[in-house]
Design a protein around this ligand. Structure first.
Ligand SMILES: [Zn+2]
Length: 312
């Protein structure tokens, strides 16, 4: 099985707050790139369904899900200091989680080897019980759980390449030995978690791998950290599918952080993850969009990821 597809829904543009860095222009930049780049415009695209409520509840508490629903029903507001919710945001977030589930379905059901859910709002800071850091529901965690509970994956790995630590995803799987969570992120930086000694707890001890990297880290040193810390953990875990929390705010052009990755770095890491999945995971990779706030760098880097996956 080969090939890559994207999962997308126009409703992802309806969660918007002009002037906020996490706004609808981000996805418009990506879809504009996909529509005009000859190497990308013929990629198969799947519509996105709403998330299965059962799978959402496999990641989040009922209290959190109803809290987002009620916030939207009452016209929206701020769920934390930097996380907005509009009247449309519950519906959009439900569909974003559904898109991540659909990407997992496409890969687990052998429709394609790689599927990229181009979603907003992002998800990796959303904890079981709280919206946080621009994130309402944890799309990547929902993809991982649905791969297990609906499509028979036993072991899953979530590789988080966003420049911020995915504290929400870490929380979801911290005591779960079946899901390896690996994150490379700038430290110090929001949200302040993801230290090297955070390695999981209980039966999940050892299945959380955090690689904090100092401001200024370039692509070469980032890839070295990936190869020496993340790749061996993947080889040990032998996941049935690799879910990637695909954030692009580690790009040198990004206004929210200070790493110095390039568009080429994102092509390299996509090729590397696809190669590892080819050896360990039947080639299966599920990509879920997280951050990335320089529009040109974001669009180019998502494009580079998709081209690398197509070539894999
Ligand atoms: Zn981020």
């Amino acid at each position: 099985m080969s090939g890559v597809a994207v999962v997308y829904d126009d409703s992802f543009l309806l969660h918007d707050y002009p002037g906020h860095p996490e706004n609808a222009a981000r996805l418009r930049a990506i879809t504009g790139k996909l529509a005009t780049d000859p190497a990308l415009r013929d990629l198969p695209a799947s519509p996105a369904p709403d998330a299965d409520p059962e799978m959402l509840r496999a990641v989040h508490t009922e209290r959190h899900i109803l809290g987002v629903a009620h916030a939207a029903q009452s016209g929206g507001g701020w769920l934390d200091g930097d996380t907005y919710c509009t009247a449309r945001s519950y519906d959009v977030a439900l569909r974003a989680a559904g898109a991540a589930m659909r990407a997992a379905e496409m890969v687990m059901q052998h429709e394609v080897s790689g599927a990229f859910a181009l979603v907003r709002p992002p998800g990796h800071h959303a904890t079981p019980d709280h919206a946080m850091g621009f994130c309402l529901f944890n799309n990547a965690a929902v993809a991982a759980r649905s791969a297990q509970r609906l499509y028979g994956a036993e072991r899953v790995a979530v590789v988080d390449i966003d420049v911020h630590h995915g504290n929400g995803t870490q929380d979801v799987f911290y005591e779960d030995p079946s899901v390896l969570y690996c994150s490379l992120h700038q430290f110090p930086l929001y949200p302040g978690t993801g230290l090297q000694h955070e390695t999981g707890a209980g039966r999940g001890e050892g299945t959380t791998v955090n690689v904090p990297l100092p401001p200024g880290t370039d692509g070469e040193r980032w890839m070295y950290a990936f190869d020496t810390r993340v790749a061996p953990a993947l080889a040990e875990h032998r996941p049935d599918v690799i879910v990637v929390s695909a954030g692009y705010d580690g790009h040198a052009a990004d206004p929210l952080a200070e790493l110095r990755l390039t568009t080429e770095t994102y092509a390299q890491v996509a090729a590397r993850i696809a190669a590892i999945a080819g050896e360990l995971s039947g080639g299966r990779t599920v990509w879920v969009l997280e951050g990335g706030y320089d529009l040109d760098a974001l669009a180019a880097s998502v494009g580079a990821t998709l081209q690398a996956l197509e070539a894999a």
